[in-house]
Design a protein around this ligand. Structure first.
Ligand SMILES: C[S@@+](CC[C@H](N)C(=O)[O-])C[C@H]1O[C@@H](n2cnc3c(N)ncnc32)[C@H](O)[C@@H]1O
Length: 316
């Protein structure tokens, strides 16, 4: 899927503030300010915000204006773009990401991953990367699936979970969820992998430390110039993030991701993300599961995008 962000706010329709909906606004927000936000977040994170998302942007960023005590979007954007404002860039980015996720989302991927990793004979721990991990449900689902497949809470697996959004990564690292988030999981699975909270933590579950120990969290911008120190992975989960990028950005990111996939590794995409336009990089293996394309594979000529020259403001 290409084009501007249709799905933006898909999981948080309620975030459009009353003031925005009714046309009453606390802060001046001109079309020029909206365009500037679109350009800045696209250049920084690759996120293409559709022209229809002006209210969503107002709602999400007006909180930053309140927090910084700035009177208008114009003043806020001037503040953001002034030298040395890395911390505000982090808030700005966190405010504009969409983080919808769930445990065992797109469930057919997990048995495929488990069977594939079990078939590999490696002398080192198996390596899995989830590169848009959001609040952690995806990497913990991978950890649970592999603990079950290897029948141990310490399978020979290391999971790297990254995201550009530092706020969701903090949630992921804490590993504490409302118990309704695990309500759909089999009771035995919840008992095996989570501790139920009591007292002040009633109504919550926490990922067991053995499971959490399989996952390492790290901020990483997929658009950053370098992803230092990453070794090739046996599987990469890159699900439901490409939908926020335009095609040239998708191709540029996929080029780097494909290089970090082992020759026999698997690449998992989101259900609405067709990567057939990048068939020189990745070849479809089964529904939304890809493998490295053979050397010299051709790229479709129609609509093949040019690689994006995407500046990265915040280091990974
Ligand atoms: C909709 S969530 C998908 C979560 C999970 N992969 C899933 O499928 O359930 C998209 C995630 O992509 C992250 N994201 C957006 N732009 C990014 C970028 N340039 N680099 C890394 N992560 C990014 C967002 O912060 C968000 O957490």
């Amino acid at each position: 899927m290409s084009g501007p962000l249709e799905a933006a706010g898909a999981g948080d329709a309620g975030e459009v503030g009353e003031a925005g909906r009714a046309g009453r606004r606390d802060f001046a927000f001109r079309t020029a300010d909206f365009r500037r936000v679109q350009a800045l977040i696209h250049a920084h994170a690759g996120i293409a915000i559709a022209d229809t998302k002006e209210e969503m942007v107002y709602s999400r960023l007006s909180r930053r204006l309140r927090a910084t005590n700035l009177p208008s979007f114009e003043a806020y954007l001037r503040h953001l773009e002034a030298p040395g404002n890395e911390a505000e860039w982090e808030h700005f980015t966190n405010a504009l990401t969409t983080n919808l996720t769930s445990f065992f989302r797109e469930a057919h991927h997990f048995p495929i991953l488990a069977a594939h990793l079990r078939s590999l004979a490696r002398e080192r721990p198996l390596r899995v990367w989830t590169c848009a991990a959001s609040t952690g449900e995806e990497p913990y689902s991978i950890a649970m699936a592999l603990a079950e497949a290897f029948d141990t809470l310490s399978p020979p697996v290391r999971i790297l979970a990254t995201d550009i959004d530092t706020k969701v990564l903090a949630v992921a690292q804490a590993g504490v969820y409302e118990d309704k988030r695990v309500a759909e999981l089999p009771a035995a699975q919840v008992r095996r992998f989570f501790q139920r909270g009591s007292g002040a933590h009633a109504g919550k579950v926490r990922v067991k430390p053995e499971l959490a120990a399989l996952v390492r969290f790290k901020p990483l911008n997929l658009l950053a110039d370098d992803w230092l120190g990453l070794q090739p992975f046996d599987a990469i989960f890159c699900r439901n993030v490409m939908i926020y990028f335009d095609k040239p950005t998708q191709y540029a990111v996929l080029t780097k991701l494909a290089r970090l996939l082992e020759g026999d590794g698997l690449f998992f995409a989101g259900h609405s993300e067709s990567l057939l336009f990048a068939s020189d990089l990745l070849r479809l293996r089964s529904h939304t599961v890809y493998e490295r394309a053979p050397a010299g594979a051709a790229r479709p000529t129609r609509g093949a995008p040019r690689a994006a020259a995407a500046p990265a403001r915040m280091a990974a």
